[in-house]
Design a protein around this ligand. Sequence first.
Ligand code: SF4
Ligand code: SF4
Length: 173
Amino acid sequence: MSPKRPVPTGSPADGPWWTRPDPTGETDTGEFGLRFECTQCGNCCTGPSGYVQYTDDEANAMARDLGITREAFDARYTRDTIFGPSLTETETEFGFDCVFLDRETTPGKALCRVYRSRPAQCRTWPFWKDNLKSPSHWSRATRTCPGMNTGTLHPPETIALTVERDTGAAREG
Ligand code: SF4
Ligand code: SF4
């Protein structure tokens, strides 16, 4: 028999499924929150053709990181989509890689060339609204993201802040 666990501040018992212990149903640790640690496999930055949205400020930050003007950034790395401007893609043996996915620098790893300034769409993965709709949505996403349900435990408070920054309501889940 184990003692009752207190409900953490900001995580009411009637909150979303991921604010309660053992949310994935795959562990029996009674932990609050979700585990995630990126393995740098690159799966989330490739696959079927999609889009990576960014704000004006994020585009400026990426251009600064790359050491190019905003005009050059727009011309080289962006395209218009029905969801607005997006980063471009490069077709590879893995699928449609984001133009900033770097498979060369570190063998066996897929890295982001604009990691420090990557857009919120990328920063908020895997804590997207779509993935957090239900345990089965979360579980489905784990099929392509090996970092989910492993590594660092992210408490509900942190996840909630990340979810707020996910603006990709129209994105395919
Ligand atoms: S799919 Fe998951 S583990 Fe792989 S690079 Fe993306 S976030 Fe990291
Ligand atoms: S900007 Fe970086 S993290 Fe985002 S999709 Fe492109 S390579 Fe992946």
